[in-house]
Design a protein around this ligand. Sequence first.
Ligand code: NDP
Ligand code: 8X3
Length: 249
Amino acid sequence: MKTALITGATSGIGKATANAFAREGINLILCGRREERLDELKKELSKRVAVYTLCFDIRDKAAVFEKINGLPEKFSKIDILINNAGNAHGLDPIQDGNIDDWDAMLDINVKGLLYISKAIFPKMINQGTGHIINIGSTAGKEVYPNGNVYCASKYAVDALNQGMRIDLNKHGIKVGAVNPGLTQTEFSEVRFKGDSEKAKSVYEGFQALRPEDIADIIRFVVTRPYHVNIADLVVMPTAQANSTTVNKN
Ligand code: NDP
Ligand code: 8X3
């Protein structure tokens, strides 16, 4: 049986992926900051697979290494890493951007992803096998108005996805990205700092992707034979043509 570590498993795409993996019989290490949600998920998914939870802030470098290096023997072999934790903070013209928001996006979406990956690389290299999936975004393929620093963080994920694939190639480790378009999760709640009306309006007038749609694709990606690596995949709602063209009625 394989084991997957999923960051940002308490909500949205990460949570849906945890559910999809449990149905696939993949054991789980679930990460996030909201302990209660991790506990609930563990209770539910333990009916199907072995589940271990790690509660920490991905920005905390020491905590990342302490938690990953302290995994119990049963969970110490990690076959699949889903680098999913992340959010947008704010949607402002760059000249009006909030520096704390910039720090949050770069510290979580880029540096946090790097810390987690750095803690797990040695395990996968020792095993001579492993699969890393980086959750990028359409925002990492095309910049949109006011997206500036969030887009930069996702362009960085795109670059890191390519860099990891090149440097880990000789170790037999698969690396690929899944880049979603508009997906209805808690993403916009976080971006707009709890303004639920504003968050809801992002997904009004068209059928956005559901987190389960992305989870199903991630499940497909990790269940391909070893010699098949889906390196970079972009998925949008049918109503979305690019970052700025959405068919709303
Ligand atoms: P959610 O807000 O629903 O989920 C974000 C997850 O990230 C939560 O589980 C949260 O857990 C975790 N997280 C955030 N900050 C931290 C932190 N500092 N330390 C640890 N965990 C953290 O959003 P999504 O599911 O939509 O987002 C998941 C990924 O998908 C992100 O990388 C996002 O950029 C990407 N994405 C989303 C799209 C969308 O339209 N929704 C489209 C394209 C990409 P907790 O708060 O418990 O720590
Ligand atoms: C999330 C998609 O377009 O809201 O990465 O930035 S978008």
